[in-house]
Ligand binder design. Structure first.
Ligand SMILES: [Zn+2]
Length: 338
């Protein structure tokens, strides 16, 4: 295998999930585990597939790269889907070959873009990263993958302390969805998740499911309130009438509660960062007099950017500059008062 050598992890067979990635030693939180250039890039439109476009990109690869590509796993569901999308008049052998290449792409490609910042339904570039593709899924992931545009690499960072021997797992789907939705989405990858959050028969699983429901309600309530305050008069948004966030004063309290729940649930990567970014933005735009609150949220956002995206990511740079600017303003305020 041409994957990069690392003293941090090894790729080896698991009992039931094919290959997996395991820590060779304790890995501190915020460690960059991999940084990898894409082997292949193609456009992807959610809900549909384009086997020929992927095949054309595959044909551009060198023979050794094609071999590396073909070692990745094609989910049966994606292979069937690709076969349905192709002309019947192509020879069977070619149809099967193109379908496999398309299926590998759909089963393994990562979106190239900022996590959680774009519309999930829009056409986007996606890339194949052979090492990153070996990390299995867990609904309680201990790593976070991020596309770093400045260095043109997909990076993977640990989001907490990982003990030697632990499997390193990523989250393939929206982790705050309920178990049924998560399992339905994961079926596209050809497996049933059996992580501790999905073991609903156990007490841990039940507790986690309830906690995720609380998280979802808070997230929905915050999103709805934000949309309502942004939307033009007369535009009605769907509300279930039980919203937690009804007034501006409720917003940051709700984010604090969400922060506690996400930490308890171990969703401390991009899920948590999204709300730190939100709170920093919200306090700066709606409570611009409260410099202490803005500073507090911006500092959290910056620290987490640094931890899961790294010091060379443009978002970290931006967060650092904002923080510096706020500190200068804070200093100026103190000096004026004195
Ligand atoms: Zn799970």
């Amino acid at each position: 295998m041409t994957t990069q050598a690392s003293s941090l992890y090894e790729i080896r067979p698991t009992e039931s999930k094919g290959l997996g990635v395991f820590a060779l030693r304790d890995i501190l939180s915020g460690t960059r585990i991999t940084a990898e250039k894409p082997l292949l890039i193609a456009l992807r439109e959610p809900g549909t597939i384009d086997p020929i476009t992927v095949y054309e990109a595959f044909e551009e690869l060198a023979p050794s790269q094609q071999q590396e590509y073909l070692r990745l796993y094609p989910a049966q569901k994606q292979t069937d889907f690709a076969l349905q999308c192709m002309d019947d008049d192509l020879p069977v052998e070619i149809r099967n070959h193109v379908a496999k290449i398309s299926s590998i792409f759909e089963s393994n490609a990562f979106r190239l873009g900022s996590e959680g910042k774009q519309n999930i339904d829009e056409v986007h570039e996606a890339g194949i990263f052979p090492t990153a593709a070996r990390f299995n899924h867990s609904c309680v992931p201990n790593i976070a993958q991020t596309w770093n545009r400045l260095i043109g690499m997909m990076t993977i960072h640990s989001v907490r302390l990982i003990k030697a021997g632990e499997e390193l797992c990523d989250g393939y789907t929206s982790l705050t969805d309920d178990i049924r939705t998560r399992q339905a989405r994961l079926a596209a990858y050809g497996f049933v998740c059996s992580c501790e959050a999905c073991s609903v028969e156990s007490l841990t699983g039940k507790t986690r499911e309830l906690r995720r429901e609380k998280i979802r309600k808070l997230e929905q309530s915050l999103s709805l309130f934000t949309e309502q305050t942004k939307s033009v008069a007369g535009k009605k948004l769907v509300s279930n009438g039980n919203e937690v966030v009804k007034r501006h004063e409720d917003v940051l309290k709700a984010v604090e509660e969400l922060e506690g729940l996400l930490k308890e649930e171990g969703l401390v990567g991009h899920d948590l960062l999204r709300w730190y970014d939100y709170a920093a933005w919200y306090s700066a735009t709606h409570q611009s007099q409260d410099l202490t609150a803005i500073l507090q949220w911006q500092k959290k956002a910056y620290m987490l950017d640094l931890q899961i995206k790294g010091g060379d990511h443009e978002d970290t740079d931006l967060a650092r500059n904002r923080l510096t600017d706020l500190k200068h303003r804070d200093m100026a305020k103190v000096l004026t008062k004195g």
